[in-house]
Design a protein around this ligand. Structure first.
Ligand code: IPE
Ligand code: IPE
Ligand code: MG
Length: 242
C-alpha cells in the first residue's frame, strides 16, 4: 500500500470518537432492576468497547461518564456513580496499562471527594506513557464550564488579546492535546449533546442509536464507524462529491 492510499484508508476511521453513554437507568427499569444495577452494567460495558475501539484503529475515545448537571440526581445515585468510578479505576488500570491505554481526565476534580480525585490523578499519571489509544474520561464535566476555565487560565497567564485564537483556547481546555471529535455516538435514542465537548464537537458527525448503553456492542461501534466512512464532511465547503 502506498502512503497516499494508506492515508485515504485512514480517513475512513474516525481519529476521535465520543460516546454519550446514556440509558443505564431505563435499561435497568425495563428489567425491573435498580438504577444502580443499570450503572453497574454500564461500567462493565466500558472495557470491551475501549478494546474494540483500539482494535479498529481509533486513537482517541472520549466517554461521558458524569456531567456537572448529574449532581442534580438523588444523592444515593450520585454516591453510587462515584463509587463505580473508583471501583473501575481500582480494577481496570492495570489492564489498561497492559493494553497500552492512556487515561486523560476531562472536567474538574473540584467537588469530587479527595480520595476519588487522588485515584483519578494517580490513574492519569500511571498511564501517561501509554500510546495505543487515549481514553478521555469526562467525569464531573461541563463543556461550558471547561470553556470558562480555559478563558480564566488564558487571562491568568497574561496572554495578549492579539494572541487569542481557536488553537489557544483548544490548548487550555481539559482536552488539550486531543484532536476535535470526528464522531459522536449517543445511546438510548436521545438526540442532544447535554453539554458534552461543545467546543470540540463543532464539526463532528452524529450517530444516535436507540440501544441503551449496557447493550451497546463492538458490532454497533463498527456500524457507526462504517456509516461515518460514508459521510461527506464538507466543513462549509461544497464537498468531495460536488
Ligand atoms: C447514563 O445513564 C449514565 C449517567 C448519566 C451517569 P442514565 O442514568 O442517564 O440513564 P437514563 O437516561 O436515566 O435511562
Ligand atoms: C448525559 O446524560 C450525561 C452522561 C451520559 C454522563 P444525561 O442522562 O445526564 O442527559 P440528559 O439529562 O438526558 O440530557
Ligand atoms: Mg440519561
Amino acid at each position: 500500500m502506498t502512503d497516499a492510499t494508506a492515508s485515504t484508508a485512514n480517513q475512513r476511521i474516525p481519529r476521535h470518537i465520543g460516546i454519550i453513554m446514556d440509558g443505564n437507568g431505563r435499561w435497568a427499569t425495563q428489567k425491573g432492576r435498580s438504577r444502580h444495577a443499570g450503572h453497574r452494567a454500564g461500567v462493565e460495558n466500558i472495557q470491551p468497547i475501549i478494546r474494540a475501539a483500539a482494535d479498529m484503529g481509533v486513537k482517541f475515545l472520549s466517554l461521558y461518564a458524569f456531567s456537572t448537571e448529574n449532581w442534580r440526581r438523588p444523592s444515593l445515585e450520585v454516591q453510587g456513580l462515584m463509587m463505580l468510578l473508583g471501583e473501575f479505576l481500582d480494577r481496570e488500570v492495570d489492564t489498561l496499562i497492559k493494553e497500552n491505554v492512556r487515561i486523560q481526565h476531562l472536567g474538574s476534580l473540584t467537588g469530587i471527594a479527595p480520595h476519588l480525585a487522588d485515584k483519578i490523578r494517580h490513574s492519569v499519571a500511571r498511564t501517561a506513557h501509554c500510546t495505543r489509544i487515549t481514553l478521555c474520561v469526562a467525569f464531573n464535566y461541563s463543556g461550558r464550564q471547561d470553556i470558562v476555565n480555559a478563558v480564566k487560565s488564558i487571562i491568568a497567564s497574561g496572554i495578549s488579546e492579539a494572541d487569542v485564537s481557536e488553537q489557544l483556547i483548544s490548548e487550555h481546555l481539559s482536552s488539550h492535546g486531543v484532536p476535535d471529535l470526528d464522531l459522536i455516538i449517543r445511546t438510548s435514542g436521545e438526540w442532544r449533546l447535554s453539554n458534552f465537548m461543545i467546543w470540540e464537537a463543532a464539526y463532528s458527525e452524529y450517530w444516535p442509536t436507540q440501544v441503551f448503553w449496557p447493550d451497546f456492542t463492538p458490532q454497533l461501534l463498527q456500524q457507526a464507524i462504517d456509516d461515518y466512512g460514508k459521510r461527506d464532511r464538507r466543513y462549509g465547503g461544497i464537498g468531495s462529491k460536488a
